[in-house]
Design a protein around this ligand. Structure first.
Ligand code: 4AD
Ligand code: MG
Length: 467
């Protein structure tokens, strides 16, 4: 009997009854009476628990007392048809071993407070809850689907560096990487920090985007994507920003902005479809617990085409809305960057579907975007989603050496530090495009969670980097 190997609960629940099985997991709940105990056991393989039925006459009373919420068990028993548990099968226990007790008075995951705010304060334990189990499984499924999508299209997965000298987005919100002794900084003659003494001999930071290196890959092997951690030291404590997040950045030679938009739309629809096809148990749980419009909203983006709108037209729409009494916290006029309230108005109230904004004023976008003929806009695109706002940012890239250099100069950036990048335009330049999808923004949409801290296992936000 001892040789019966463990089967995961997901597989047990799909098995035919009539055999001896072993389940291992953590107790979710225990109920019953003097004669019989019903234990809901979960091992993380599925949102669903398996019911363990323990006949009290077969077990030591002390042992059954120790079966508390959170305790970990090794159970051997007979898989039998279930009458009442809501599942087809349950386990009639023959042997119960307690791997680890769980003191009900001290266990941080009590029934009394399961709010997401509270769970963030016990983030090291929250992964054991149904909610975070569901989120983690969906997160994994989406990561797998991302690799599958690009692999099936022949894209090459390119690993770009996390430590870099360049500031791709020109935003300046970077985390510095240094081995200099902060208590004893050497200054040069001008009073600046002497980075020649630093580990890399230069000032370095954590990357805000792998795009520039991605372009080197795309202009060599045609189509690449990156999928890795990304760091931004912007001090914005919002439900949509993390200091450490994951970004997927495809970059494609010979794609213009229209090809770029088509790929972005196909990509997110593929991911949503994949979630609906493969994560229904978890989606249903999140739908029932937090957001009863979730599954409906996921289905709603599949059947329709995303609306393509120029920035200039969007400004008109927002100005009309304001003229008709709509109030926004932040002002709008041609040349301003939209706030998420503006993005959400366009998506949720005006178009009532995902929107792709194009042709932005060049002054609110990065130096590498292809300049339009009008001299004042660039061929950028932002994909906006309901409840979230921007989920993707991308563009066709400036392929002309002359225009790129001129823009770098205009912005007062250093050409010297970018020579390696500019070489792509010097030697066999090609039209090319790409975009970045924020992985956690995608997960906000797919899980229906409202706060980005709840879709990453270990969130990093201002003043928060514990474990
Ligand atoms: O629009 P962004 O800044 O674009 C880029 O970084 C380009 N280099 C992408 C490219 O063309 N290859 O960022 C892309 C996406 C955003 O649309 C958003 O989804 C996500 O990254 N993002 C963040 N997600 C979480 N926390 C933050 N602080 C984020 N900043 C950007
Ligand atoms: Mg952006």
């Amino acid at each position: 009997m001892d040789t019966v190997k463990r089967t995961k609960i997901k597989d047990l629940l799909a098995s035919e009854p009539g055999k001896t099985v072993r389940a291992k997991g953590w107790v979710r709940t225990k109920r019953g009476n003097k004669q019989v105990k019903f234990i809901a056991l979960n091992d993380g393989s599925t949102i669903n628990n398996i019911q363990i039925v323990a006949d009290a006459t077969l077990f030591d009373e002390e042992l059954l007392k120790r079966v508390t919420t959170g305790a970990s068990l090794n159970v051997l028993g007979e898989l039998v048809p279930s009458i009442g548990s809501g599942q087809a099968v349950e386990i009639q226990a023959k042997e119960i071993e307690i791997y680890g007790d769980c003191d009900p008075m001290r266990f941080p995951l009590q029934k009394k407070d399961t709010s997401l705010e509270y769970l963030r304060s016990v983030a090291h334990m929250r992964l054991r809850t149904n909610t975070f189990g569901a989120v983690l499984r969906i997160r994994h499924a989406m990561a797998f689907a991302i690799h599958k999508f690009f692999n099936d299209k022949g894209f090459v997965y390119l690993n770009t560096p996390l430590i870099t000298e360049s500031d791709a987005e020109g935003a300046g919100d970077m985390f510095q990487v240094t081995t200099l002794d902060l208590k004893n900084i050497q200054l040069d003659k001008k009073g600046n920090v002497d980075f020649s003494r630093d580990f890399f001999g230069k000032k370095t930071s954590l990357t805000v985007s792998g795009q520039l290196e991605g372009e080197l890959g795309a202009t060599a092997v045609g189509e690449i994507y990156t999928f890795g951690p990304t760091f931004r030291a912007e001090n914005s404590n919002t439900p949509r920003h993390l200091a450490e997040f994951w970004m997927i950045e495809p970059e494609m030679a010979f794609y213009d902005i229209n090809d770029d938009m088509e790929l972005a739309e196909e990509f997110v629809k593929y991911l949503v479809q994949y979630a609906l096809d493969n994560c229904m148990d978890d989606l249903q749980f999140l739908n029932d617990k937090y957001d009863d419009g979730l599954i409906e909203r996921l289905r709603s983006v599949l059947g329709i085409s995303f609306e393509r709108v120029t920035y200039t037209r969007a400004v008109e729409i927002l100005e009309e809305a304001i003229a008709n009494g709509k109030q926004f916290e932040f002002p709008v006029h041609w040349g301003t960057d939209f706030q998420s309230e503006h993005e959400r108005y366009l998506v949720e109230q005006y178009f009532k579907k995902p929107v792709i904004l194009i042709d932005f004023p060049k002054d609110i976008k990065a130096f590498y975007m292809k300049q339009n003929e009008d001299g004042r806009t660039v061929r950028g695109m932002d994909v906006l989603f309901p409840k979230i706002g921007e989920i993707i940012g991308g563009s066709e890239r400036e392929a002309s050496l002359e225009k790129l250099e001129q823009r770098i100069d205009e912005l007062g950036m250093s050409r010297k530090n970018l020579e390696w990048y500019i070489d792509t335009r010097r030697y066999g330049t090609v039209p090319h495009s790409g975009f970045g999808l924020g992985f956690e923004r995608l997960l906000l949409f797919v899980t229906g969670m409202a706060n980005i801290r709840d879709v990453i296992p270990f969130p990093r936000t201002p003043k928060n980097a514990e474990f």
